[in-house]
Design a protein around this ligand. Sequence first.
Ligand code: SAM
Length: 450
Amino acid sequence: MLPIDFIDNMSNQLGGELDAFCQALSEPAVVSIRLNDKLPKQQLDVMAYTSPSERIPWTDDGYYLSERPRFTLDPMLHAGCYYVQDASSMFLEYVLKTFVDKDSVVLDLCAAPGGKSTILSQHLSDKGLLVSNEVVRQRVFVLSENMQKWGNGNCVVTHNKPAEFAQKLPSVFDCMLVDAPCSGEGMFRKDEKAQEQWSLPNIQMCAKRQKEILANVWDALKPGGIMIYSTCTFNQTENEQITRFIARDLGADILQLNIPQQWGIVHTDGYRFYPHRLRGEGLYMSVLRKHKTAYSDSIRIPPLPRRRHITDESLLRSWLQHPEQWHLRQTERFTVALPARYADLVEYLYAHFTCLSAGFGLSELRGRTQHPQHSLSMSKELVAKQFCTVELDLPTALDYLRAQAISLENAPKGLVLLTYKSVPLGFAKNIGNHCNNLYPNEWRIRIANS
Ligand code: SAM
């Protein structure tokens, strides 16, 4: 049963549309996926779930599915070929294409589990840098995992408070996304807990927190920079009122997009997604430009110290498709590949923030041998032909992803790159009668076949 105060609020907002809205909330949530550009679309197994007519109108990469498959048992999901995401959230891609250059430095402040960060990293490609931050510790690991699987090296995952970005990186970001923690009304049909936890005082508490988050991080945005604010709730207190707070109290202009009417999106001070008007969950998104005249206390990122010797550099670079685009950061044991054009900024992040991952892990030195890291196998930069590749069938691929022992008949001994439908899943060491499974234990899937 929907809370009565919620129905009252929605009645004021929707008038004669209330019944259609309540009816939509009683129906199952829409299932949709967004494809990675790791592979040509037609090669993707996920296309078997859908058909081209089911494309989501406001994105080039999103598709509706007619049913919910057991995603966990699809190796392509674990290989980062697609992300299971609500269709409404994919509207971010449309906003980015309209307002955000591909060579921007972007902060995704409330990023876990990473759905919108995968859109941001795909938009920026190899020209920009994304800092994906999550303040809640238990949630930051899944964010890092999802970003590594997505496979772009243009992302740094951090675990810091909003104010730290304003203090340590003033006027550094060209764009910020604040996908704020909210009362979650738009998730009512996906998540029963959202209904149980709903109350009018909670809306006020969420709005207070949203203002604090925005005020605390605001100075990190460059004058003239783009702020994208979003929630998955319907009430105006957490949506239009917060957008107006950004505009008036922090100092920004609200921006508008051209939206075809047939998409069913409602324009207020932002863009509203209602489940009775379109196929997607509840979402609100607004876009603002920080006043160009805003006071800016910018920071000079110190340049990197003179280039140090990199052990086994030519071997490590031979694993990369564009070796010149990567700065190799080497500690005694590990080598990480960072986007060369942002190496100073990433080093600064390492020094002043809690970084969980940056770029992608390239290798671990054990004894005298460089062992490729799992993150390399997920990366779009991987040169697969540098490794001996073994194609797996579905049951063996799933055993590998469960971090179980597998055996590879007729495969060469030593390090092998395992693939499923030609997409890399990770590395293993073939000993002969069995394999050492090198899949990250903390990522392993935990459900059986049926
Ligand atoms: N953007 C994410 C995505 O697309 O996958 C979803 C983000 S979710 C709506 C909001 C996030 O804000 C949660 O991960 C939550 O842990 C985080 N959060 C909670 N309290 C916060 C705070 N005080 N400051 C910043 N982030 C917070």
